[in-house]
Design a protein around this ligand. Structure first.
Ligand SMILES: Nc1ncnc2c1ncn2[C@@H]1O[C@H](COP(=O)(O)OP(=O)(O)OP(=O)(O)O)[C@@H](O)[C@H]1O
Ligand SMILES: [Mg+2]
Length: 370
């Protein structure tokens, strides 16, 4: 995918700016608080229709204004496209090639980003939700069935959790509970199948990259971790898997009523990350965590290429200063000619000469592109 240009109006600290991009590397340079991450976030927003930093739309409007818009031209496997997002009167409107998008699913897969920011360094030791987010983000961006299944799953989970709390106070009919549990099994199984397929692919790619970066010393292993028995999670035995999943939910019901939440299912799962057979979560050093985080991101890019046949846009927010020289160079080497990349930095010293020659330098001062 190639993002040709972007135009912002009243988006964060930008008033009205247009920027043209290089097909290779684009380096956003400027002092702190000038708008580098905001510009990166506008690209992320166009791809994902939400902010990378979890900001609500109203907070993305330039202070003192009442609407924002972002538009861009990009090239993908489908052709040349124009995407426009307008947030007016507390409502967002998305147009792709002048066609109004009613549901997000109509837009899935058009523009895909992989973002790497300093928070991603917590992926190894941080909360399991970060590792689930890692899996979910790219599956949502590339797989409509996954996106719809996870929306359904979250709604049903909310319903079951509500009932669990009610059941603490009064008896709930078993059939009512079972109806929700059957639905959880239905969508939970789709989510599990797709996550495990992704993990199986990612772990091979990530291990290869890790082996190279660590000078052929360290072995990285990634496994999907769940309370469910995955033995039967293949096409032939899927009915057995579902029966066992359902049974486990029913069996855990009383305990779940005491806890007030559903304790089994993909919303509680995790990734086990091991370096040379030792738990990364418990024992990885800072440097090892950075290396693994980097490998996971690079593997994600290759995974997307495999699924949709083209590379996503790579967004690197402030990560170069976090990496030592060797890893920085490995990362920059891995960004081949084929991956359009957007990097923010306060200092060009972080970036090697080859990349500077290939790249376009975009200076940002107080919300102006100069
Ligand atoms: N809705 C908004 N309206 C106006 N200004 C905003 C809005 N949201 C954020 N800003 C401001 O935009 C400025 C630039 O933020 P940004 O995160 O892009 O900086 P940056 O260039 O990435 O800096 P750093 O190098 O520190 O990461 C900040 O000072 C922030 O307060
Ligand atoms: Mg920033």
């Amino acid at each position: 995918m190639i993002l040709k240009d972007i135009e912002l109006e009243n988006f964060t600290n930008y008033e009205k700016e247009k920027c043209f991009f290089s097909e290779n590397v684009n380096i956003f340079i400027g002092d702190n608080a000038q708008g580098k991450s905001n510009l990166l976030d506008s690209i992320y927003y166009l791809a994902n229709i939400n902010s990378s930093r979890g900001n609500k739309e109203k907070d993305l409007i330039k202070w003192g204004r009442d609407s924002f818009s972002i538009s861009a031209h990009f090239l993908n496997r489908i052709g040349f496209n124009k995407v426009e997002v307008n947030f007016i009167n507390k409502k967002k409107e998305v147009h792709i090639n002048s066609y109004k998008i009613e549901k997000k699913r109509e837009y899935i897969g058009y523009l895909i980003t992989v973002m790497f920011s300093p928070e991603d360094l917590n992926i190894i030791k941080g909360d399991p939700s970060l590792r689930r987010k890692y899996l979910d983000e790219e599956l949502i961006a590339t797989d409509i069935e996954y996106f719809l299944s996870i929306l359904k799953y979250r709604k049903i989970l909310e319903q079951r959790n509500k009932l669990l709390k009610e059941a603490y106070r009064r008896k709930i009919n078993d059939h009512v509970m079972e109806a929700w549990e059957e639905q959880l099994v239905k969508y939970g199984t789709i989510i599990l199948q797709k996550r495990i397929n992704m993990v199986n692919k990612i772990k091979i790619i990530a291990n290869k990259i890790h082996y190279l970066i660590s000078d052929n010393k360290d072995n990285l292993n990634i496994e999907y971790s769940t309370k469910l028995d995955l033995k039967f999670l293949n096409k032939n035995d899927i009915d057995i898997f579902k029966k066992k999943y359902f049974k486990k939910l029913v069996e855990s019901r009383n305990k779940d009523i005491e806890r007030g939440y559903t304790s089994i299912g993909p919303h509680r799962d995790d990734l086990e990350i091991e370096i040379n057979n030792i738990s990364g979560k418990k024992f990885a050093s800072q440097g090892q965590q950075r290396t693994v985080a980097l490998c996971l991101k690079m593997a994600e890019i290759e995974f997307i290429k495999e699924i949709i046949g083209e590379y996503p846009l790579l967004l690197l927010d402030d990560v170069l200063s976090e990496l030592d020289k060797k890893r920085k160079n490995k990362l920059l080497e891995a960004i081949g000619e084929n991956i359009q990349t957007f990097i923010t930095t306060t200092d060009l010293n972080d970036i090697n000469d080859d990349l500077l020659k290939k790249g376009k330098i975009i200076n940002i001062v107080e919300g102006r592109i100069i």
